[in-house]
Ligand binder design. Structure first.
Ligand code: UDX
Length: 463
């Protein structure tokens, strides 16, 4: 609420600025938040970089303002997240964040627009909180990863003091007893080669959060109560959660996808049996080498279940993807469908989908949990290993696929799943395959164990 020239109180809508980190997994939750704020009566301005710029035509309700990002074309084309983020931060921080400050000043000075209440930013963009402070603009930080992940950022110095870090091969399986159920290998620092760069980034993020007016985390209490409690203890600013996660807060489809989503796959899913289809996607950033990609393809081809597989441009290193895929599609004779990019939320909500083979990006993990779809996890980097660990060991809604490791026995996932996460049962077709694998192993103990677990399921109702 503001005042007009005569001193009367007026209820002029306020404007919120949002500035996502320009990667799909960060853009989606920020735009979902923007949708939710707009639906509740606030005007929204989206600040965006040239790199991975969104299409303003998809969001006529928002105003879009470009910010120079300084990412050289060859770095942008490399697809290397760390290099792109590094180049962006270096360029934006140059000359006391002058370019970002200039953009903020002109947005604040625009009298045709509603008065600006605050900026919601991704704290990986290190120059933005400093520029906002310089122009007197309040900041809120949106964390697009789990509370556990942010908790890890906060404990970074402790992990060094207690010798968990720097990561060493001999310590990889050591449990981090202060952060259960994580092991050293699950910490995202373990996959980061330049520890000094990592340390600078984390210091900047924590500083931005502590100096902000509040922290929004895309998670909810039923999922990460202990982790949220630890954060609350360490911060003196208000913390806001998204009940059931951000993509459930707005009634709109996000429309923030950088690639075109193939809605034809929904018609294909409509023709499949309930919970029969394995949905396979490794997110927006991970890539596979040719060997692993071909292994995945033959796993799907011989797995005996219908599948919907996302092979986005750039997913495979060192293979002529289109060539391979055309012979693969001929071989599977319609039992599976390969697409470039899916409307993932609609796919996971579809009654035909019974399982999700995922890289465990935080958005994918939340989206899958929200739809009650169990996961086969193949994490690649960053927070994905940690998400997988929680999925398997804490929430019991999936398991990690490791070379040489057998899948858990039937019913194992459901047993440990907290009640709130059990909206849909696990994929029965997948369970049968696990049992068949055990039978073929000839191991008496495993077979009796699997048999008992299956027969005892649902209070021995089948027996
Ligand atoms: C990575 C990290 O692992 C993640 O945890 C971090 O927060 C952001 O960067 P990414 O590979 O992008 O994430 O995965 P994820 O967090 O799952 O985000 C991918 C998004 O793209 C999801 O919202 C998903 O719904 C969407 N998506 C994915 C599609 O719209 N179509 C697809 O075919 C695949």
């Amino acid at each position: 609420t503001g005042g007009d020239a005569s001193g009367r109180r007026s209820r002029r809508p306020r404007r919120v600025l949002v500035f996502p980190l320009p990667f799909q997994g960060h853009i989606n939750p920020m735009l979902q938040l923007a949708d939710a704020l707009h639906e509740r009566g606030l005007a929204v301005t989206v600040l965006h970089t040239h790199f991975n710029a969104m299409d303003p035509a998809r969001h006529p309700e928002f105003r879009f303002v470009p910010v120079p990002d300084g990412v050289p074309d060859d770095v942008a084309a490399s697809g290397n997240v760390i290099d792109i983020l590094g180049a962006m931060n270096t360029a934006m921080e140059a000359q006391g964040s002058g370019a970002v400050r200039g953009v903020l000043e002109s947005v604040l000075a625009d009298e045709d627009q509603q008065p600006v209440a605050c900026i919601v930013l991704d704290a990986n963009l290190l120059a933005v909180p400093r520029a906002a402070e310089a122009v007197g603009l309040k900041t809120l930080v949106l964390r697009t990863t789990s509370a556990a992940c942010f908790g890890c950022c906060m404990t970074y110095p402790m992990l060094y003091q207690k010798d968990y870090l720097p990561p060493q091969e001999s310590k990889m399986n050591m449990p981090v007893k202060e952060l259960p159920p994580l092991r050293v290998r699950d910490l995202f620092y373990s996959s980061w080669s330049d520890q000094e760069k990592m340390s600078n980034l984390l210091v900047g993020i924590i500083e931005a959060v502590k100096n902000s007016s509040g922290l929004l985390i895309n998670t909810f209490d039923a999922l990460e109560q202990a982790e949220l409690e630890r954060i609350r203890e360490g911060l003196r600013i208000p913390m806001v959660l998204a009940p059931g996660s951000l993509h459930k807060l707005s009634s709109k489809r996000t429309g923030s996808s950088l690639l075109d989503q193939d809605y034809d796959c929904i018609k294909w899913l409509d023709k499949q049996l309930p919970k029969s289809v394995l949905y396979v996607s490794f997110g927006s950033l991970a890539s596979l080498d040719a060997d692993e990609f071909i292994e995945v393809a033959w796993g799907l081809a011989t797995g005996g279940h219908p599948f919907l597989w996302v092979v986005r441009p750039g997913l495979v290193r060192g293979l002529d993807g289109p060539d391979f895929l055309s012979s693969f599609e001929a071989a599977i004779e319609g039992r599976g469908k390969v697409i470039q990019w899916a409307p993932q939320n609609e796919v996971l909500a579809h009654h035909a989908v019974g399982g999700f083979w995922t890289q465990n990006g935080w958005n994918s993990t939340l989206e899958s949990i929200n739809e009650g779809v169990p996961m086969i996890c193949r994490p690649q980097f960053a927070d994905q290993m940690m998400n997988t660990r929680y999925v398997e060991k804490k929430w019991g809604v999936g398991f990690e696929l490791e070379a040489g490791r057998r899948a858990p026995r039937a019913g194992a996932c459901r047993h440990r799943a907290p009640h709130a996460l059990q909206r849909a049962g696990p994929a029965h077709h997948l369970e049968f395959q696990f049992v068949a694998d055990v039978a073929a192993s000839g191991n008496v103990i495993d077979i009796v164990d699997a048999m008992n677990a299956a027969m005892e399921a649902e209070e021995s109702a089948a027996v």
